[in-house]
Design a protein around this ligand. Sequence first.
Ligand SMILES: *Cc1c(COP(=O)(O)O)cnc(C)c1O
Length: 415
Amino acid sequence: MQAGWKPKSGEPRVLPIYQSTTFKYDTSEQMARLFDLEDSGYFYTRLQNPTNDAVALKIAQLEGGVAAMLTSSGQAANFYAIFNICEAGDHFVCASQIYGGTFNLFAVTMKKLGIDVTFVDADADESTISAAFRPNTKALFGETIANPGMNVLDIEKFARIAHSHGVPLVVDNTFATPINCRPFEWGADIVTHSTTKYMDGHALTVGGVIVDSGNFDWEANAGRFPGLTQPDESYHGLTYSKTFGKMAYIQKATAQLMRDFGAIQSPQNAFLLNVGLETLHLRMERHCSNAMRVAQWLSDNPKVAWVKYAGLPGDRYHDLATKYMPKGTCGVLAFGLKGTREDAIAFMDRLKMICIVTHVADARTCVLHPASHTHRQLSDEQLIEAGVAPDLIRLSVGIENADDIIADISQALGE
Ligand SMILES: *Cc1c(COP(=O)(O)O)cnc(C)c1O
């Protein structure tokens, strides 16, 4: 994937790491124009850096968006994506089937900032989900493929609901990646990622990104989004929607949120992310074909109680996956063994090549037992309420030879 860094004659072929906090100008006037957002350019790496921007541009092009911004983590990306359009007193609606870290951010931490959220069952019908909207609702949020439930989002349905209430649809596209799904083509307005996962792909760097499609008409819904459509006092009365048009959302996130919170990705990490992105299309193909083989092998195995993988015909989300991700979904699947919680733990301890790590979506196959790890404080009853079966094993299938992955699972099952 060559988008992003486009060297001119004589410049380095590989994206350089601009390892500099600051940038030099010939005149004080030039610098002043940057501070007033009258010119575009770099002045301080807390807001923007050329290495980051080349990588953000590559991701924007992969997603088919107009602009993107790298953040220090996926958590920061989801926080900024919402906080860029919500303030104290506002509300947003969110699918309940989402990553636990995002759930906590939205349900606990953002509530402390005065931003309220209502969680809805993403599989509910349009009128049920619509009933959660209020006059102060500013966004609808969901994940293309939910972590770890492996539910697939009906993006068109969500986009219809969001737009009928005059708000943007924000989709976390971490698990599908733009290789397998481009939510903008189905009506999403803003996409986020934890780049820590497939985009980096090698478990090297924590990072995130926000991409804007440029499609949401802030001016048409001006009363609901004063932050974008009314003058910003911290920039001498500049109005983002008027000055920047389709770039307004990312310009505001950079000018206000990066300036004030500074959760920017380091240029070193952006460089490593860029290396990962250059093979994303190849790795996703392999992750999906391997995961499909492993999912099929597991579902045929008498020691396995159940398998959740939307690629499998017969999976509850297979039809949605076929519609939105015809090339494949992702490498992550969930399954349960017949037997007790202790049997699941013993199985994992017997794995040799597959490692137990708190991670998903990298080149090496890895495994986690949420009931013993990320959700270990919950009783079996509480786990079931949280949608995490006590026997759920989350397997992130890597890009090794599929026969080796299956052989390791098979020996750990005592075969
Ligand atoms: C991991 C993850 C996040 C959080 O990203 P970090 O980079 O760990 O901060 C957000 N959304 C999804 C779907 C994830 O899997």
